[in-house]
Design a protein around this ligand. Structure first.
Ligand code: AMP
Ligand code: ZN
Length: 506
């Protein structure tokens, strides 16, 4: 099977064929860094991470670009709200750049904790103002703009395909009865859905960050940064653009109008700006509430950690839902995710112990990658299902269940199951094997008596265990098995751990 993705443009599943064979360029809309990311904001980046790693797994050479919005994103979707960055800076008595730097670092540490690979290019809006100005000049030269009230607007009536991504009806929009809510009608606009490319007249007197431009000193509208930076790093035409579903009717619709509105006739003839549009559905709090970063009250990754869960429990929870379906968050769902992950790790721990005991593999937390990647498993039924799941529009629930099934190790050598799990976890990134080693160590340390001083029987058992280890090392398995049996008859179990054999009374 080949990779199939659901393209929002056209609303159908399509076989994925990159513009240049073997290479994929993709752009994901990144965070607005005026506050911490809420747990819903992290969903698009786990989905992007799966896209990133699946493409690599399928053999593509990838370039993954993500922006950081550190200027110009307004509180409302319309251009009439307050600047979120400025609002946050005012509230905290810090400079806008200080705020942006702080929350960018917080975002990056969240995605690191969630095992999300950092994109190849992470680009900040404030560092690309000249690129935006150059792009706006092209849009202006193509006749798509007008000045009104000191701001430069995009005139959507000049772009025939406006609203195609969202299936918007242009006639309705012209009449001002669009399907989108426009909070406050900006009197400068010819059409309520026109949007600002460059502001020189801000409602805020002390606009902190402004730049010189052909339209006067000011700052860019929100949408232009994604058009400018994606084309800078990926070219005029690229394969995939992603974001949350909320971006379809406004942000991505406007990005298309800007990017394709800047094209020359030849560039237009070469094809669309973006070939595949992928959107994740929302994470909702049980009860149906949408979470909002600007409301100030929200759950973030730290809240999850404070409640005793690991960041990877949250990743496990997200992978249990398909990215195109809404997902309901609850603490009960987090409990299930945590116990699901624990039992997966436990089963893998057993596989490690089995491989070390029966196949003499001496797997350790340090060498497992090297040892297991050299093994070519003969039974690949779960790997096949795993791959088919991902190829079918990145169905992580299928991929996750294939990995869970593989952890049973049925019908194959333990080392083969572990080798398959290593491949699967390369994409799901739940650190299953390292966590299984941790589980083994935890189990062992819980069973080791504090000190054997003054306990002659324990000292004798220590000596026997050491003798068995020496026999195993000398490949005298008859002797090592004899010692194990002797101890077993006395009610002593030997546990082989990465740091050596330990024993406990059973
Ligand atoms: P922002 O930082 O507000 O620009 O949002 C970052 C990303 O999170 C965007 O792609 C949004 O579409 C997405 N997003 C916002 N809220 C949610 C949510 N509750 N569930 C999933 N994605 C969301
Ligand atoms: Zn964007």
């Amino acid at each position: 099977m080949a990779l199939r993705l659901y393209n929002t443009m056209g609303r159908k599943m399509e076989e994925f064929k990159p513009i240049v064979e073997g290479h994929v360029g993709f752009y994901g809309c990144g965070p607005t860094v005026y506050n911490y990311a809420h747990i819903g904001n992290l969903r698009p980046y786990v989905f992007l991470d799966i896209l990133d790693k699946t493409l690599t797994y399928l053999g593509y050479d990838i370039k993954h670009v993500m922006n950081i919005t550190d200027v110009g994103h307004l509180t409302g979707d319309a251009d009439d709200g307050t600047d979120k960055m400025v609002k946050s800076a005012e509230e905290r008595h810090q400079s806008v750049l200080e705020i942006a730097r702080f929350y960018t670092d917080a975002f990056l540490s969240d995605i690191d904790a969630m095992n999300i690979r950092r994109p190849d290019v992470i680009c900040k809006a404030t560092e690309h103002i000249p690129d935006m100005i150059e792009l706006i000049k092209k849009i202006e030269a193509n006749g798509h703009t007008y000045m009104a009230g000191g701001n430069l607007y995009y005139d959507i009536s000049t772009f025939p395909d406006y609203g195609k991504l969202a299936n918007l009806n242009l006639d309705e929009l012209k009449a001002g009865a669009g399907r989108r809510a426009v909070s406050i009608i900006d009197q400068n606009k010819r059409n309520p859905n026109d949007f600002v490319l460059w502001f020189t007249k801000s409602k805020f007197e002390d606009q902190a960050m402004t730049w010189d431009s052909p339209w006067g000193r000011g700052y860019p509208g929100w949408h232009i940064e994604c058009s400018a930076m994606s084309m800078k790093y990926l070219g005029k035409h690229f394969d995939i653009h992603t974001g949350g579903i909320d971006h379809v009717p406004v942000h991505h619709t406007n990005e298309i109008a800007q990017s394709e509105g800047s094209f020359t006739a030849e560039e237009r003839a070469e094809g669309p700006w973006v070939k595949y549009w992928l959107h994740n559905e929302f994470l909702v709090i049980e009860g149906g509430n949408k979470m909002s970063k600007s409301s100030g009250k929200f759950l973030r990754l730290q809240t999850i950690l404070d409640n005793g869960y690991a960041a990877l429990d949250y990743r496990f929870f997200l992978l249990g839902g398909h990215y195109r379906k809404p997902l309901a968050f609850s603490w009960g769902a987090m409990d299930s995710a945590r116990s699901g992950r624990e039992s997966l790790n436990q089963r893998v721990a057993k596989l490690i112990q089995k491989a070390n005991a029966e196949e003499n593999l001496s797997l350790t937390k340090e060498n497992f990658r090297q040892v297991l990647s050299a093994i070519k498993p003969t039974v690949t039924d779960n790997i096949d299902r795993f791959r088919e799941g991902l190829e079918n529009d990145l169905a992580t629930p299928v991929a996750l269940s294939a990995m869970q099934k593989e952890s049973n190790g049925k019908g194959r050598k333990a080392s083969e199951a572990l080798s398959n799990i290593l491949v699967m976890d390369g994409i799901l990134s739940l650190d299953v094997i390292p966590c299984a080693f941790d589980a083994i160590e935890k189990q062992a340390s819980a069973s080791i008596p504090d000190s054997h001083e003054g306990d002659p029987e324990a000292q004798e058992i220590d000596a026997l265990v050491a003798k068995r280890t020496a026999a195993k090392k000398a490949k005298d398995f008859a002797e090592s098995d004899r010692i194990r049996d002797e101890l077993s008859a006395r009610g002593i179990a030997i546990i082989d751990t990465p740091s050596g054999a330990v024993w406990k009374r059973v």
